[in-house]
Design a binder for this molecule. Structure first.
Ligand SMILES: Nc1ncnc2c1ncn2[C@@H]1O[C@H](COP(=O)(O)OP(=O)(O)OP(=O)(O)O)[C@@H](O)[C@H]1O
Length: 255
């Protein structure tokens, strides 16, 4: 069988006495949408930060696209096609949606930020920005400044910023957080479209969204993976039900 796109093996990361990731092992295949769920403080964000290189593990290994990336700096991982969706707080509020995406495309292409002035005019960057905005349904808001976009649109813009780097694997940390029901439904639809083009690791507390989208789900509890399987199996998993899902989530509308 082909090597998985991402292979995490026995990853350990501690903060003082807390073991935030405790021998985490998991695989993400090409074309897969792999959700990571678990209670608050389970270690989901710590895991994502180690995948992107923002945090280094104390031990263990991460292979991505056939390469050992465990100790690579974040920008080298990004060049290999690993992208984390930027949080709203990292968007530039006084710049337009198109400028934000063009800047990300420019940074990824390796230009210095000194040339930022040119990013607005550079046809290739404008084109990359326009196409990323179209993919998330924000083409009509290209020239709107970020501070005038709704919360949901800003979340979509985060995705466009990540897509501008043409990733092979997109890491999404709670893309539904703070969204109302209509905006959440739009985000689920968008992710359903994007997953056809790019593998996705999705950390999310919205169980309806997770069960609607995921090919496989890994469940983290106190830093440990207690289950990694297809949604139907996770739904029935006794330890998962006890530790996280609880009975009210076991019967959801997405059966
Ligand atoms: N920078 C840090 N310094 C100290 N402890 C940390 C740090 N980051 C995370 N932790 C601890 O590591 C554990 C895992 O935290 P993490 O944020 O990864 O969990 P999470 O599953 O993403 O939680 P949530 O669902 O609430 O976002 C927690 O006990 C947390 O307090």
């Amino acid at each position: 069988m082909a090597e998985p796109l991402l292979h995490v093996e026995n990853l350990v990361r501690r903060f003082g006495g807390v073991i935030a990731t405790d021998n985490v092992t998991l695989e993400v295949r090409s074309g897969e949408l792999h959700a990571i769920i678990g209670p608050n403080g389970a270690g989901k964000t710590t895991l994502i930060s180690q995948l992107t290189g923002q945090l280094l593990p104390h031990s263990g290994a991460i292979r991505f696209a056939g390469q050992d990336i465990t100790w690579l700096p974040a920008y080298r991982r990004s060049r290999l096609g690993l992208a984390r969706s930027f949080q709203i707080t990292s968007l530039l509020p006084d710049f337009t949606a198109a400028d934000n995406v063009a800047l990300a495309a420019q940074a990824h292409a390796g230009h210095s930020f000194r040339f930022w002035g040119n990013a607005r005019k550079e046809p290739q960057l404008r084109e990359a920005a326009r196409s990323a905005l179209d993919r998330v349904g924000l083409g009509h808001r290209a020239d709107t400044v970020v501070s005038e976009l709704s919360h949901g649109e800003q979340r979509e813009l985060e995705l466009a910023v990540a897509l501008a780097t043409k990733p092979q694997l997109l890491l999404l940390d709670e893309p539904m957080a703070g969204l109302g029901p209509t905006e959440s439904a739009r985000m689920v639809k968008l992710l359903q479209e994007l997953r056809r083009e790019v593998a996705i690791v999705l950390v999310e507390h919205d169980m309806d969204a997770v069960f609607a989208l995921a090919d496989r789900i890994s469940v983290l509890v106190y830093g440990r993976v207690i289950a990694s399987d297809v949604p139907a199996a996770i739904r029935k998993h006794e330890e998962v039900k006890r530790a996280y899902l609880g009975d009210q989530h076991v019967v959801t509308r997405h059966v």
